[in-house]
Design a protein around this ligand. Structure first.
Ligand code: AMP
Ligand code: GLY
Length: 423
């Protein structure tokens, strides 16, 4: 079969790397991809949100399956677009339709879903500019810190956590009345602050059945000790050492099962990955958020720990035969450390020549923001390269990643030296 992966980051590089190893796969296409995805398949220069471009590429290249990396094509309805087109409807899309993608596309939708299905999450209320006064009263009734979430997609920046009540009110007004996050903050969810340690579960579902993929923990802040601005993710560890069997059993019975069953009860079809952001509070799991795709850089540790053939797994999803699939995973730990451009997540320079890539032998390099220029690999984004390694535990794996990083260089390269510090 021929598979098209939509997206261009470390996540898509990892999916391409894994799918290229499948005996079932003839050709892997990545759109638009990066300098690294060319090692596993063919890059197609198109915009995943331009569905007619996607259609043309799918028909021209005899694509048999589309795997959607990022959330925006899903929220924009790429799966629905395929189902509504006579020439495309037989081609499976891995990723939910627009309605289910609202689990990520609207915080309020996700909260209502969780409430309806008794899935543990922080208590909340949502507000628009028309009930700003009630929102202030609600804030008055809470104790700090205050958690304000833009309802819509805000590129991971739409959540504010504030200690001061007056500042929280000011920010709330900025969000609701002055569109601090554009249309995304025309509605704001205010919720209780949960104090605990975060991790993520990854589930693949065909709408009826599910398999639980390896879990992971990512490090979102730019600075060591989890300080500073939020990024897309600076590193990840899988499995999560504090997620013992008892805790994972709670996650499955209280969160994963009710999520898949809740979708069924609500008649919301779902084919694809569910990424459940969790927080462990006094040994009890709560949902912080749903994403309707894999995480980045979590994919760079989760997928390498899957021993099963990924194309077979995704075919079982498309055929709704996931109940017959026996997932095999690698017992070892995997870690990834993200190399980023100096300045990221604020402004940064691109087009820095990256050297030393061919010196790395003990890690897998997943390209993120890279491009090829005159035969040289150059930086082309904030997050540039994801350096993944295996080890008997996460410490050994991390040591390998950091040793590999010593061989890689580009001007103003930055990375966190403390991934896993809190484990
Ligand atoms: P979200 O976009 O909903 O994942 O929120 C972004 C980040 O804000 C999460 O990864 C958490 O670190 C933090 N966060 C969100 N909601 C809460 C909450 N209710 N209590 C504590 N921290 C939260
Ligand atoms: N690493 C977090 C995310 O992919 O949303």
């Amino acid at each position: 079969m021929n598979i098209l992966i939509l997206g261009s980051g470390g996540r898509e590089s990892t999916l391409a790397w894994k799918l290229a190893q499948s005996k079932k796969v003839k050709k892997v296409f990545i759109a638009p991809g990066n300098a690294g995805t060319m090692n596993y398949g063919i890059n197609l220069n198109l915009n995943p949100n331009n569905f007619s471009e996607v259609k043309e590429a799918v028909l021209k290249n005899n694509i048999n399956m589309v795997v959607v990396g990022p959330e925006d094509p899903l929220v924009n309805g790429i799966h629905d677009f395929f189902l509504e087109d006579d020439n495309l409807k037989a081609i499976p899309v891995i990723g939910p339709q627009r309605e289910a993608a609202m689990l990520e596309g609207s915080k309020e939708f996700a909260k209502e879903f969780m409430k309806r299905h008794h899935i543990p999450t922080a208590k909340y209320q949502s507000f628009t500019k028309d009930n700003l006064h009630e929102a202030y009263q609600f804030l008055d009734s809470l104790t700090p810190p205050y958690v304000l979430k833009a309802d819509g997609l805000a590129g991971g920046k739409g959540v504010l956590i504030l200690n001061d009540l007056e500042e929280a009110k000011k920010e709330l007004k900025e969000m609701l009345s002055h569109y601090k996050f554009g249309k995304a903050s025309a509605k704001v969810v205010i919720e209780d602050f949960l104090n605990g340690i975060e991790m993520s579960s990854f589930v693949l579902t065909d709408g009826e059945n599910y398999v639980i993929l390896p879990n992971a923990k990512d490090y979102k802040r730019i600075g060591e000790g989890d300080q500073g601005l939020n990024t897309g993710g600076m590193g990840a560890v899988s499995p999560v050492p504090f997620a013992d069997a008892e805790f994972l059993e709670k996650v499955e019975s209280r969160i994963i099962k009710p999520t898949v069953e809740g979708l069924k009860k609500d008649n919301i079809p779902y084919v694809g990955f569910i990424f459940i952001g969790l927080i462990k509070v006094n040994n009890e799991p709560y949902v912080i958020e749903y994403n309707v795709r894999m995480g980045d850089p979590e994919t760079e540790v989760v997928i390498p720990r899957i021993k099963s053939d990924l194309a077979e797994l995704l075919t079982a999803v498309a055929d709704k035969k996931l109940d017959q699939f026996k997932l095999e995973t690698d017992e070892r730990s995997a870690t990834t450390v993200m190399l980023v451009s100096g300045g990221y997540p604020a402004s940064y320079e691109r087009e820095k020549v990256i050297s030393g890539l061919d010196q790395v032998k003990d890690s897998i390099l997943f390209h993120a923001g890279t491009a090829l220029e005159d035969g040289k690999v150059i930086s082309n984004g904030g997050r540039v390269l994801s350096v993944t390694s295996f080890g008997k535990d996460f410490k050994e794996a991390l040591k390998r990643s950091y040793q590999s990083i010593e061989k890689i260089h580009f001007d103003q390269m930055n990375f966190r030296k403390d991934i896993g510090f809190d484990l």
